[in-house]
Design a protein around this ligand. Structure first.
Ligand code: MN
Length: 295
């Protein structure tokens, strides 16, 4: 099942180029009362939403995908975790570019087989979330902002100290993620968390639709020029290990997102650019890059 958020507050079932409006399924959600438990309501209650969505599907209004505005399918993750330097060619090729690395990591990563084991994960602010409709708003016009396409894993089940053997049972599904990044020497949590610097979409794809998340091909184009193109199997620390590693530190909640690292080919974006990302099993989305209009 592919679920999207469209036209601001509508829940959509995405099938091919059609979006079926299944918003009334949200009535299956329990009313929220303070204090709200951590987690994204859509994912927390996915088990009760799916039958409601299936019941609505035959009579749901269909919209052409091209005619709706797409927002992030995940709205309230308790956290967005991300893996640094998790594709070997990204480390070998991109960090040789001083504009990418700024002298921070290339030296430190020499001879390190699994950077995640050494450097851990980093967190991105949940307020950095955006969807295709919002796009990316460049925050420092005189600095370099890069695209990083990543497979985003969406956690489905609460857990701490999750073993590698149990890890995949904690995955609800997947989406495409952009770990947009200001290049520089500040903490990652500053450079990678401005508003709009985590774009998710086009849809949340439930885990049952993806037989092997390490056998996907994801691609990114800027203004029609392909910049990134890689198999997810090239990631150094795989998804079960990332979940085991993350859950040693953090309780993982439904809706939490793990960005699994970017392959080679990162590069700058500028206001006016159009970015397109695609993965056959997840879908495709386009979004714009714009300048920030200061007050
Ligand atoms: Mn990244």
């Amino acid at each position: 099942m592919k679920l999207c958020r469209f036209n601001q507050d509508r829940l959509g079932l995405l099938e091919g180029e059609q979006v079926f409006d299944v918003t009334p399924a949200l009535q299956a959600l329990p009313p929220a009362r303070w204090p709200v438990s951590p987690g994204d309501p859509l994912i927390v209650h996915l088990d009760r939403l799916i039958p409601a969505i299936e019941a609505l599907r035959p009579t749901a209004t269909a919209h052409a995908l091209a005619q709706v505005t797409l927002h992030s399918p995940i709205t309230q993750p308790s956290k967005i975790m991300a893996a640094p330097a998790n594709y070997r060619l990204h480390v070998l090729q991109d960090t040789r570019d001083p504009g990418v690395d700024q002298g921070v990591h290339a030296k430190a990563l020499e001879g390190v087989d699994r950077p995640v084991d050494k450097y851990g994960l980093f967190l991105k602010a949940t307020s950095s979330l955006a969807g295709a409709h919002e796009g990316v708003e460049v925050v420092f016009p005189d600095r370099r902002t890069d695209h990083e396409i990543e497979l985003a894993v969406v956690i489905g089940k609460t857990g701490r100290d999750i073993s590698r053997a149990q890890a995949m049972a904690h995955v609800a599904g997947y989406t495409l993620g952009l770990d947009m990044t200001v290049r520089g020497v500040e903490e990652r949590s500053y450079r990678k968390s401005p508003d709009s610097y985590t774009v998710l979409g086009p849809a949340f794809v439930s885990a049952d639709e993806i037989a092997d998340p390490h056998a996907l091909t994801m691609s990114l184009w800027v203004n029609g020029e392909r910049r990134q193109h890689s198999r997810t199997g090239a990631m150094t620390v795989d998804i079960p290990d990332l979940i085991e590693f993350a859950s040693r530190a953090y309780t993982l909640y439904p809706g939490d997102v793990i960005l699994t690292g970017t392959p080679e080919g990162v590069g700058p974006v500028l206001p006016g650019d159009e970015v397109r990302v695609s993965c056959a099993e997840i879908g495709e989305m386009r979004f714009g890059v714009r300048a920030r209009l200061l007050p």
